[in-house]
Design a protein around this ligand. Structure first.
Ligand SMILES: [Mn+2]
Length: 287
């Protein structure tokens, strides 16, 4: 195990504390986009989310909770990561996630591209034998490697399936993939329509903790153009709120929010949407 160290000199999310405490939601950034195949820039996601949080209320009318009053929110900063290959980056994310779990806090990882989620999910799968992973995403991410690299943003859920059984992965809102990927999605029963009722029902048939991975490209590019691989036909804000509400808060132990590439949206609205997603997810994880 290598030392996990953070760059914590930059701004923090909203009014989050720099110190981790028991029961806190612990934000941490993984500024990595080394395997991006189309348009890079997700490495800038975590700091753009923090910058956009400054213009956002800390109160959520939907959940009637405030990040400064109703939960303990910590922001540890961005992990120091090696440049280049994904494997050492993902290992570092695993080590950092273990440290947060051991501190009895709840990890909330900010990406970065989707491969960083694999690191956090691996740590949770070690810790919880009955972990269910809920993936909100436009893409199946089931390629068994891509361009010779087994750890890739397009293989994120294939690598999750190395550590989580198929029936404990729910793939919500998927609308892009190969014929093979869709055949597998249908045959495995992992594909869930982006409807709150359906997600709620599917979660009721399992027990145990839930890890939520939000690839922001699940949103329609009309609302969220600032991402590397946009895909028309996505969800809107209201649907996201309802999907989040379908996850019982006491089961939700951790989450990640990935794939904001802020420079691809010069209006800055994608960063604001991402920051609002982080606020809502943090409140759901932390309550
Ligand atoms: Mn995606």
């Amino acid at each position: 195990m290598t030392d996990v160290t953070y760059d914590n000199h930059g701004p923090r999310f909203a009014e989050a504390s720099p110190e981790i405490s028991e029961g806190a939601v612990a934000l941490f950034g993984a500024c990595y986009d080394g395997t991006t195949s189309f348009r890079a820039g997700a490495r800038d996601g975590p700091d753009a989310i923090r910058a956009a949080s400054m213009g956002l209320e800390t109160y959520s009318p939907a959940q009637q909770l405030d990040t400064t009053e109703d939960i303990n929110l910590a922001d540890l900063g961005n992990l120091y990561l090696t440049a280049g290959a994904a494997a050492p980056v993902v290992d570092t994310v695993t080590w950092a996630t273990r440290e947060i779990i051991n501190a009895r806090a709840k990890p909330l990882l900010l990406g970065g591209e989707h491969s960083v989620s694999v690191g956090a999910i691996r740590a949770h799968a070690e810790y919880y034998s009955e972990l269910t992973v809920v993936q909100l995403d436009a893409h199946a991410d089931l390629r068994d490697g891509y361009r010779g690299e087994p750890l890739n943003h397009a293989s994120a859920m294939r690598r999750v399936l190395d550590v989580v059984p198929s029936q404990r992965l729910l793939q919500v809102g998927i609308r892009s993939g190969t014929a093979d990927e869709f055949e597998e999605l249908h045959q495995s029963g992992r594909l869930v329509a982006p409807l709150a009722d359906e997600l709620e029902q599917r979660l009721e048939s399992s027990s145990g903790p839930v890890y939520l991975t939000v690839d922001l490209d699940v949103f329609d590019p009309a609302y969220f153009p600032g991402t590397g691989t946009p895909e028309p036909g996505g969800i809107d804000w209201k649907t996201f709120e309802q999907l989040l509400e379908a996850i019982v808060p006491r089961r939700l132990v951790a989450a990640d929010v990935v794939e904001l590439a802020p420079r691809l949206d010069p209006t800055g609205c994608s960063s604001v949407l991402a920051a609002k997603v982080v606020r809502e997810v943090a409140l759901r994880v932390g309550r």
